[in-house]
Design a protein around this ligand. Structure first.
Ligand SMILES: Nc1nc2c(c(=O)[nH]1)N[C@H]1C(S)=C(S)[C@@H](COP(=O)(O)OP(=O)(O)OC[C@H]3O[C@@H](n4cnc5c(N)ncnc54)[C@H](O)[C@@H]3O)O[C@H]1N2
Ligand code: MOO
Length: 416
């Protein structure tokens, strides 16, 4: 069946994402860090090349550099080897009528117009080279500036620096780079049932796994975490903890107590301390997601994101909603969710009124991907979440039919 009607009072996923992305204010200021330590950081300004790339005409092969016309004119006599040019040598001039032994990356001598790979060369008794096949002018020469010229823009402000971008900065000799400041995020967990690691287990208690998960996610997103631990489940304790958390923070992130029961204090305290912007998104898991501002409740206040207590709901809320907000605050460009169609290898009833994010693994054995359930789909079931490759995105009220295609969200897009 497919008659997607959202549950009453809940925001559509795309609308909630768009509102969070629009609300994200990029942090001002910048800090200069060593290129070696800049992985994952966000560029504060455009980077312009100051060297041509490559810096000199150089060889793409181990072989012999020569003038193609001279090789043709020499015929069976071949050409004598007049020079040896290793990588790192200065640019030399090729003597007329001779060739140069050359290595990959070494500067092509002035006058030479091509490099013949050594596999196509034999050395005669006199040491002359003989070439099989043609010598085409320009072959195997990487021209100075063929990739880009000094003065061209290499990277734009807002780019997240991955290994290839860092390598490019290093190839220009940049030792340092100006990046956006790290987002300072205060993290707190609510729930009187929670116990920290190292405490002996007692029936009914729950280890604080969200704290470990969210710390890991925040650190992977290059945030600076101020971990405030567990807050007692009372409005007064939460009020005081949030008031402490907002001081000096760019964002307050809390888990649990965000639903509708009388033990769930996040929403009422947020309403009292500042302003609730929205509460409840039509996704499963992750429905009781709250967004608002502490202090005066305006965008000048400190933003607060309340994630659900159920661990998988908390994970999904982070990935789909909190992470794009964090990226926006980091000055990163935030695009739409990456998705592609994947066939389902299972059948399943749709979720009433909510878009469902079904945790799946992909089987590629038949040459094209088929999605299978990664395990139990309860929002408290971390095992499937930990094994899933991504999510099958099921529109509200839509049953999964085996063999049909549905949008698949690869999990890799949430990793950094
Ligand atoms: N009457 C209703 N009940 C519930 C609704 C609803 O709409 N009406 N929504 C359900 C949904 S959906 C979710 S998700 C949960 C989320 O509730 P809360 O955010 O208020 O979370 P808690 O009640 O505090 O805890 C829920 C669950 O998660 C465990 N938990 C909490 N914090 C942690 C943590 N840090 N580490 C590990 N596990 C944690 C907690 O023990 C509970 O089992 O509400 C439904 N209820
Ligand atoms: O949003 Mo809740 O995660 O459906 O259990």
């Amino acid at each position: 069946m497919s008659c997607a009607t959202l549950a009453k009072g809940l925001l559509d996923l795309d609308v909630a994402r768009a509102r969070l992305i629009a609300a994200a204010e990029p942090l001002s200021g910048e800090e200069v860090v060593a290129v070696e330590r800049a992985r994952g950081r966000v560029l504060a300004s455009d980077v312009v090349a100051h060297l041509d790339m490559p810096g000199v005409d150089n060889s793409a092969m181990d072989g012999y550099a020569l003038r193609s016309a001279e090789l043709a004119a020499a015929g069976d006599a071949g050409l004598p080897v007049a020079l040896r040019v290793p990588a790192g040598a200065e640019v030399a001039a090729l003597p007329e009528g001779g060739c140069a032994r050359i290595f990959t990356g070494a500067p092509v001598p002035e006058g030479a117009d091509c490099v013949i790979p050594q596999e196509r060369v034999t050395r005669g008794a006199a040491g002359h080279i003989h070439v099989s096949g043609e010598a085409r002018a320009g072959a195997n020469v990487r021209r100075r500036g063929e990739e880009y010229r000094a003065g061209e823009r290499l990277l734009s402000a807002g780019t997240r620096l991955d290994a290839a971008a860092l390598a490019m900065l290093a190839s220009q000799g940049f030792a340092e780079v100006a990046v956006r400041p790290r987002l300072k995020v205060a993290l707190l967990s609510t729930g009187d049932e929670l116990i920290e690691l190292g405490i002996p287990y007692e029936s009914g208690r729950v280890y604080n796994s969200n704290r470990v998960m969210l710390r890991a996610l925040l650190e992977a997103a290059h945030c600076q975490v101020v971990d405030l631990g567990i807050v007692a489940d009372t409005p007064a304790a939460l009020h005081d903890a949030l008031a402490t958390a907002r001081d000096g923070s760019d964002l307050v992130l809390c888990t649990g107590g965000v639903s509708v029961g009388e033990e769930d204090h996040v929403r009422p305290v947020l309403e009292r301390l500042g302003g609730l912007v929205f509460h409840g998104v039509a996704i499963k898991p992750g429905k009781p997601f709250a967004f608002g501002y502490l202090d005066d409740g305006s965008p000048e206040g400190v933003p607060l994101i309340g994630l659900p207590g159920n661990p998988v709901a908390s994970l999904v809320g982070w990935q789909l909603l909190a992470l794009p907000f964090v990226h926006g605050c980091q000055g990163r460009a935030v695009g739409p969710l990456e998705r592609f169609p994947v066939r389902a290898g299972f059948a399943r009833r749709g979720a009433p009124g909510r878009t469902e994010l079904v945790r799946v693994v992909l089987d590629w054995q038949g040459g094209h991907p088929v999605a299978h359930l990664a395990g139990g789909q309860g929002s408290h079931m971390l095992r499937a979440a930990s094994q899933a490759h991504g999510y099958l995105l099921m529109a509200a009220d839509t049953d999964v039919e085996e063999g049909h295609e549905y949008p698949y969200l690869p999990g890799g897009q949430f990793h950094d």
